[in-house]
Each structure stands twice: as structure tokens, then as C-alpha cells.
Design a binder for this molecule. Structure first.
Ligand SMILES: Nc1nc2c(c(=O)[nH]1)N[C@H]1C(S)=C(S)[C@@H](COP(=O)(O)OP(=O)(O)OC[C@H]3O[C@@H](n4cnc5c(=O)[nH]c(N)nc54)[C@H](O)[C@@H]3O)O[C@H]1N2
Ligand SMILES: Nc1nc2c(c(=O)[nH]1)N[C@H]1C(S)=C(S)[C@@H](COP(=O)(O)OP(=O)(O)OC[C@H]3O[C@@H](n4cnc5c(=O)[nH]c(N)nc54)[C@H](O)[C@@H]3O)O[C@H]1N2
Ligand code: SF4
Ligand SMILES: [Mo]
Length: 765
């Protein structure tokens, strides 16, 4: 029998791009094909390393190096084993329905039964309680095409205002700060620019473990003589190789950053020409940093004054200086201000827009950048348009073929949704690509919220902690069972290719959403037969927006090794460097904002004397659903631990490896102590990749930044003791300074209300 080799690599006669891998149903034939290397990218972090997936006998069996510009054949420990998800024995291969009510068991169902059940429940709920009673909670580990269709499904398929996504928990504060300061939210320069810097300040990022491939670019800069400064409460692997480590108290970075700026002013290291010609707001900033002497920074942040001075000089005297920041400063009740304080430094030095200079966020999730551009954020429409701006609503309504008045208005932020679920305002939620039970703060509230839904519907490929509580579980596909694009932490759009079909009855996310839309009677708006159809519509929808993908084609991505947005026309090469001439505000100038230090929402007390912070380790990814199932990775870090300094541990009788209890006003957990000299003695650190009794989010403070509602994962008050120590009698009942009602609401919830449409610019935040 002649084998159809075209199943694996073909030039689609309709399009101008290569498409790889078998369609569902072609599996048998694929098995007879010769081995293949499918070019694609890693599914995990925002670096999006290029890789080849090896396909043998129709199965994905390994990875091989791919010389992509930014990772040049290298992969970190997660990238090397990502492919093992494909044939994993715990993959979900058919839909599940919980029979017998909330206490019942998840049992096998057909797609028809599962989808009809969901649609009939949604119809009833929306008839009785209005369209907004059904919500979507989405994620950024998905292709742009899937993120786009998630947003369109909410607004057009369901007609609900409530859609938001896990980027809210990740770096929404950075996105807002960049929009405020520059008028546009993207890292302004490619990774390959890093070696051009003469001094690099890393603010709140564990680069070596979270972006291992970026380390290589840092070292290239160091080999050229660049200095490296690390601002972190822990002496991370990157800090250990740095010229200067600034051991900041969690939540107090502004004091250090402002003091550095004050020193630049005092020492004549400010670029007054640049400030005069390209920036608004310098006078206010100059006045605002005046109180932050090095001694004041030491008092607030615990960083020795002389190190603050040394940092300002290393940074300020370099011809090219770059600040890289991540969640260490962004996961904060003043996360937006933390980032703005970094931006103030970079602008004062006249660096933003220079090759190798300025400031850049290290975007976390695989498609963390693209995930916030195509309209799955509460206040946003595709192309980074704002849902509250009339002409932007008109543009998107036209592309979607609906009247603009049918487009819902802003909905709740991801961190607000649990409270609307508890109060009953949201009655059903479709979760895709998120594991709320591990990732949201204050798990107890989240559990109550999810259990109040009927139905909770989850699309995942493994039974995550959230899927395990669902009423309906729909089996999705892993990244290499579908194709599409992602946008990496540089703003480079890359192509994900298909290496295998989804297993069993599992389907691709976009097919599931399109099928649901058809069953809801909205099929005419979701006529897609391939991911490429969605891509073409996404390009059209983004055209003319801030994040303009109009000129990017899949073929061009292949040819150029990725394309940086904005890319308005097909003959445009894309834009690796932003702001070289002008910023994206209408007047072309950047904005500085005067920033003052405000403490974290919860400070240590006699009963909770430590500052607890949380984050990542190299072996696990986010909520751990994926990496805890990959043997090699999990064997390296099978359970959580708490890092504590020997000087703090000794008086408590805690030795390395002891079982301890960590408590905060919200709860307690038991885990192993790791006594290390690489952390501030007043600080504790717990990795967040674990679920149920091992989730640090049992402890974290759900207080959020008032502007963007990002939680304060990085600083709350905590106590620690040996497990055999008696529970202490507290001086007072723990004061929980957070209730849903105490938080200023970001979005109005009553249908029809919108925020004051007075200032168009304000809308973009
Ligand atoms: N291995 C691995 N890599 C990942 C991920 C993963 O889960 N695992 N996730 C990806 C995603 S989505 C993200 S968002 C990124 C996150 O990347 P990072 O932000 O680099 O990672 P985190 O561990 O969250 O926090 C970074 C550092 O902030 C420090 N920190 C804590 N509190 C403070 C503070 O108050 N001030 C300062 N200056 N520093 C503080 C912590 O000690 C930690 O070293 O990583 C991406 N890459
Ligand atoms: N305490 C504490 N909490 C934190 C943080 C912290 O530093 N400290 N970090 C926060 C940050 S930065 C982030 S980004 C969030 C992340 O939090 P989450 O987004 O909740 O975590 P993930 O593990 O990415 O969850 C993704 C889920 O979707 C599935 N999935 C992956 N890809 C796909 C896909 O293509 N389609 C579908 N349908 N499913 C898919 C995975 O199996 C997994 O179950 O956590 C936040 N929570
Ligand atoms: S650095 Fe990020 S993208 Fe690269 S292999 Fe590791 S997890 Fe994957
Ligand atoms: Mo993230």
C-alpha cells in the first residue's frame, strides 16, 4: 500500500506555510511513516526555546537541538522532557461527568452528552440570571489562536462580560506599568541585545531557575565586562555570580530603587537631555525620591546603605544599563508602582530605546505576552484594544460581524471571580488552561467558590486539582497536538507545529470551544476548520491595534525565525526594538510617575514575625500539574519545603530536614525545613508548585494591587515552628485584613455600568 507521506510534512495548497503532523484519524497511516523531526518550541516558559520533536513510528519519542536565534540549541531540564506529556498514562482521553451531584464520582461520558449537558445548563442559567452568570477563566499557556477564540467565545458565544485569565496573577502589574509609562506593553528589546549592556540590574527574578536559557545571554554580557546587580531577598544562583547582591526585605523594593535614583541625581548621572526631549514628569519624580537617602533605604528595605550606593554607581556609571524584572517585584499590592520605579531609573539614565539598554520584563508563561493581547483579559479586545473605548469596540464588532452594542462591557478580574462565585453572581464557569486550586491565593475561599458552581467545567489534558473538583471535564490536547503561534518574552511570534494527534477522544481546545458555540446557536461566528483560519481572523482583528499582527504570516515566521510585533504589513520585517525614536503615547513621549514607598498589606507582628515569600524552582512549572507527572523532574523536587536562614532556625530548634509548621493568619501547612544561608534571616520561602495540603496558597495573602488586582504572593506575615512544638497561644486573634468587601472593585458588576469614559488614556490601564 502506498503510504501518504504528505501526512507529516506538506505544503498546504491553500496556504503558504508548512503544516506538520497527522490529523486526528490519520494515526494508523502515520505509524507507517519514516522518522521525522518536527520543528517547534517548548511548551513551558516565556523564552519559548526552539526544539525539534522526534517522531518515530508515529509516536513522539524525544527532542533534538534546534538552532533558534534565542536559545541556539540549548534547552533547560523542563524543555528536555516536555515531550513525555504526549503519551503519558494519566492523559485524559474521554469526557467525564460527575454523576449523583457534588458528592458523586466523575464518570466517562460521550462528547455529545457532556457538551449538551453543559449547553443546556448554561442556557437555563443565562435565561434565569442573565448572561453574566456564566464566566470563563482562561490561561496563557495556550497559542494565540486559542487565546483569541477564548475571548471571542466569551463575548460572542456566551455574551458574558466575565472573562479573565491567569496572566492577572502573573504580571498584570508590569503590563499596566508599561502601558502607563510607554503607552505600550511589551519588552522593548530582544534577548540577543542583553550582551550589549554594560550593567544589568535584575529586580525580583530568579533567572537561573526560571529562565535558564537567559542566563547564557547574561554570561555573554559578563564576559564582555558587564556588571551584574541582583535585588532579591534570596541569594539565588544568579545572585551568587553577581557583582552585588542587594538582599531586600520582601515588599520594600521601592525604597532601594528610589534611593538609587536619588544618588544618580546627586552624582550627575542623570541624562537631562533625554529627559527634556523624550519624557514627561521628571520634576515630580525628582521631588518624590528626595526623602530616600541610602540610610532610609537601609531602614525600610534592610539593604546596607553602602550597597545601595555601590549599586547606584555600578548601574549609573555604565554607558549601557539594563533592568530586567519579574514577579519578585510584580506580585505585590504596589506591583505597578514597583515596576514604575524601575522604569524611572531607566528613563533617568536615558536608556530606554537604546540597543541593550533600558528596562524589560521577563514574561513568565509560554505565551504570557500573546495571552494578553488577543482579548481574553477582562478589559480588553484583540490587538490590545480596550473594551471600553467606543471606536475600538466598533472595530472588533465589525470583524466579528455583530452590532457593537451586543459586545459586553468589562467583567471581573480573575482574582475577583472567586468572590462572585461565593456570592452566587457567577453560577457556572468554564476553566481552561488554569489550575485555580493551586495558583490563586487563599485556597480555602477558592475551594468554596468552585464548589458553589453548577456546573464547573474544566478543559485540561491532565486531571488537575481544579479538574478534580469539576462537574464536567473535557479532555484537551497538549501543545504539540495542535498548531498555532505563541509570542515569547521578547515579543517574537513563533510557530508551534503539530507532531501527534490528540490521544483517544481528546480534542483541541479551539475545536471544543467552536463546538460549544455551535451548540449554543452561535456557530455562524465560529466557522473555523483549522487553527490557520483562526490565525487569519486574529491578524485581521489586530490590524491597526497596538499589538498589530496584520503583516505576520506563518510562512514569514518560518523564513525569518520569528517575527516581532508590531508588524503592520506583509513587507514589514517586524519590530525587535521599540521606542528607538518615540514612545507609543500620542505625543511620542514617555511618562514618569512619582512613586513613594508603601508597605505590604500585611507586615510581621509578634505572633507572625517572619515575611513569607513564594515562587519557583527549576524542576517544576507553575501549578505542577504537568511537571509533577514527569518522573525525572518530580524526583528532583517531589514535595515542597520552606527555606529558612540558620540564624533564624537555631533559636527555634529547627535543623535542616526537620518537619515544621508554617502559619499565617489564613492557615497552616506542614513541610520540610531547608536551612540555608542564602536567604534573609527575617524571610521564609516556599515554592508554590504543589496542591492540596502542600499548597503555599493556603497561607498567602489575597490582598491585591488596587489598579490591576494582582495578588501579593511575595510578602505576608508568617510564623514557623518545629512540628513537635506546641501551638503557641496568640496574643490576639489573627487579624485578617482582607475581605472581598474591603477591596476596591476594579470593575463595576452591574450589567450596563461602565467605568467613567472620561479619559481614553486611563482606559488602557
Ligand atoms: N522553572 C520554572 N520556570 C518558570 C516558571 C516555573 O513555574 N518554573 N514559571 C514561569 C512564569 S509563569 C513566571 S511568572 C516566571 C517567574 O519568574 P521569576 O519572577 O524569576 O520567579 P519567582 O520564583 O516567582 O520569583 C523570583 C524571585 O523573586 C524573589 N522575591 C521574593 N520577594 C521579593 C521582593 O519583595 N523583592 C524582590 N526584589 N524579589 C523578591 C524570590 O526570592 C525569587 O528569587 O517564571 C517562568 N519560568
Ligand atoms: N503563591 C504563589 N502563587 C502563584 C505564583 C507565585 O509566585 N506564588 N505565581 C503566579 C503566576 S506568575 C502564575 S502564571 C500562575 C499560574 O497558575 P495556573 O495558570 O493556574 O497554573 P498552570 O500550572 O499553568 O495551570 C495550567 C493548567 O492548564 C493545563 N494546560 C496547559 N496547557 C494547556 C492548554 O494548552 N490547554 C488547556 N486546556 N490546558 C492546558 C495544565 O495541565 C494545568 O492544569 O500562578 C500564580 N500563583
Ligand atoms: S528555558 Fe523555558 S522555553 Fe526554554 S526549555 Fe526551559 S522551560 Fe522551555
Ligand atoms: Mo507567571
Amino acid at each position: 500500500m502506498a503510504v501518504n507521506r504528505d501526512i507529516f510534512v506538506r505544503r498546504d495548497p491553500n496556504y503558504d506555510f508548512q503544516t506538520y503532523g497527522p490529523e486526528p484519524g490519520q494515526w494508523q497511516q502515520a505509524a507507517a511513516l519514516p522518522d521525522q523531526l518536527v520543528p517547534t518550541h517548548c511548551c513551558f516558559c516565556g523564552v519559548q526555546c526552539g526544539m525539534f520533536l522526534k517522531v518515530e513510528g508515529g509516536k513522539v519519542t524525544g527532542v533534538e537541538a534546534r538552532e533558534y536565534e534565542h536559545n541556539r540549541g540549548h534547552l533547560c531540564p523542563k524543555g528536555v522532557v516536555a515531550y513525555q506529556q504526549v503519551d503519558h498514562p494519566e492523559r485524559l482521553t474521554h469526557p467525564l461527568i460527575r454523576r449523583g451531584g457534588k458528592g458523586g464520582r466523575l464518570e466517562r461520558a460521550s462528547w455529545d452528552e457532556a457538551l449538551e449537558y453543559v449547553v443546556s445548563r448554561w442556557r437555563r442559567i443565562q435565561q434565569e440570571h442573565g448572561k453574566d452568570a456564566v464566566a470563563i477563566y482562561s490561561g496563557s499557556s495556550m497559542t494565540n489562536e486559542k487565546c483569541y477564540i477564548a475571548g471571542k467565545f466569551a463575548r460572542v458565544g456566551l455574551g458574558t462580560r466575565h472573562i479573565d485569565y491567569n496572566g492577572r496573577l502573573c504580571m498584570s502589574s508590569a503590563a499596566t506599568a508599561y502601558t502607563k509609562a510607554f503607552g505600550l506593553d511589551r519588552a522593548p528589546l530582544p534577548m540577543t541585545d542583553i550582551p550589549l549592556a554594560d550593567s544589568i540590574l535584575i529586580a525580583g527574578s530568579n533567572v537561573a531557575e526560571c529562565f535558564p536559557i537567559v542566563t547564557d545571554w547574561l554570561w555573554q554580557a559578563r564576559d564582555r565586562g558587564a556588571s551584574l546587580i541582583v535585588l532579591d531577598p534570596r541569594e539565588t544562583a544568579t545572585a551568587r555570580t553577581a557583582d552585588l547582591w542587594l538582599p531586600v526585605r520582601p515588599g520594600t523594593d521601592i525604597a532601594v530603587l528610589n534611593a538609587m535614583l536619588r544618588i544618580l541625581m546627586r552624582e550627575g548621572l542623570v541624562d537631562e537631555d533625554y529627559l527634556a526631549t523624550r519624557v514627561n514628569g521628571w520634576d515630580e519624580v525628582r521631588a518624590a525620591v528626595e526623602p530616600y537617602t541610602p540610610e532610609e533605604a537601609e531602614r525600610i528595605a534592610g539593604v546596607p546603605a553602602e550597597r545601595v550606593v555601590a549599586a547606584a554607581r555600578l548601574y549609573g556609571r555604565a554607558a549601557r544599563s539594563l533592568i530586567l524584572h519579574a514577579r519578585g517585584i510584580e506580585h505585590s499590592t504596589h506591583g505597578v508602582n514597583n515596576v514604575l520605579a524601575c522604569i524611572n531609573l531607566a528613563l533617568a539614565r536615558g536608556q530606554v530605546g537604546q540597543p541593550g539598554g533600558g528596562v524589560a520584563m521577563l514574561t513568565g508563561q509560554g505565551n504570557g505576552q500573546g495571552g494578553r493581547e488577543h482579548g481574553q483579559k477582562a478589559n480588553q479586545l484583540p490587538g490590545y484594544r480596550h473594551i471600553d473605548v467606543p471606536e475600538e469596540r466598533e472595530q472588533i464588532a465589525r470583524v466579528w460581524g455583530i452590532p457593537a452594542e451586543d459586545l459586553p462591557w468589562e467583567g471581573a478580574a480573575a482574582t475577583e471571580m472567586p468572590h462572585l462565585m461565593v456570592s452566587g453572581e457567577i453560577k457556572s464557569c468554564l476553566v481552561l488552561c488554569s489550575n485555580l486550586m493551586v495558583s490563586l491565593p487563599d485556597v480555602a475561599v477558592v475551594q468554596r467558590a468552585l464548589d458553589n458552581l453548577d456546573p464547573l467545567v474544566v478543559i485540561d489534558f491532565f486531571l488537575s486539582e481544579t479538574a478534580a473538583r469539576a462537574d464536567v471535564v473535557l479532555p484537551g490536547s497538549v501543545w504539540c497536538e495542535d498548531e498555532g503561534t505563541t509570542t515569547n518574552l521578547e515579543g517574537r511570534v513563533v510557530k508551534i507545529n503539530r507532531a501527534a494527534p490528540p490521544p483517544g477522544e481528546a480534542r483541541r481546545d479551539w475545536e471544543i470551544l467552536a463546538d460549544l458555540a455551535h451548540r449554543l446557536g452561535r456557530g455562524q461566528y465560529f466557522p473555523y476548520t483549522s487553527a490557520h483560519d483562526i490565525w487569519q481572523e486574529l491578524r485581521e482583528a489586530s490590524r491597526g491595534g497596538l499589538a498589530d499582527y496584520g503583516g505576520i504570516t506563518w510562512e514569514k515566521i518560518d523564513r525569518q525565525g520569528g517575527v516581532f510585533w508590531p508588524c503592520p504589513t506583509e513587507d514589514h520585517p517586524g519590530t525587535p526594538r521599540l521606542f528607538t525614536e518615540r514612545f507609543a503615547h500620542p505625543d511620542g513621549r514617555a511618562r514618569m510617575f512619582p512613586i513613594s514607598y508603601t508597605p505590604p498589606a500585611e507586615e510581621p507582628s509578634a505572633d507572625f514575625p517572619f515575611r513569607l515569600t513564594s515562587g519557583r524552582v527549576v524542576y517544576h512549572y507553575l501549578s505542577g500539574t504537568q511537571t509533577r507527572r514527569l518522573g525525572y523532574l518530580n524526583s528532583q523536587a517531589p514535595e515542597p519545603w520552606v527555606e529558612i536562614h540558620p540564624r533564624a532556625a537555631a533559636p527555634l530548634g529547627i535543623a535542616d530536614g526537620d518537619r515544621v509548621r508554617v502559619r499565617t493568619p489564613r492557615g497552616a501547612m506542614e513541610l520540610k525545613a531547608l536551612v540555608v544561608p542564602t536567604i534573609r534571616p527575617d524571610t521564609l520561602f516556599i515554592p508554590f508548585h504543589y496542591g492540596n495540603k502542600e499548597a503555599v496558597n493556603q497561607l498567602t495573602n489575597p490582598a491585591t494591587d488596587p489598579t490591576v488586582k494582582i495578588p501579593e504572593y511575595k510578602a505576608c506575615a508568617a510564623a514557623i515552628e518545629r512540628l513537635d512544638a506546641p501551638l503557641p497561644v496568640l496574643a490576639a486573634r489573627p487579624k485578617v485584613n482582607y475581605t472581598p468587601e474591603s477591596q476596591p472593585k476594579m470593575f463595576p458588576y452591574t450589567a450596563g455600568e461602565t467605568k467613567d469614559p472620561a479619559s481614553r488614556e486611563a482606559k488602557r490601564y
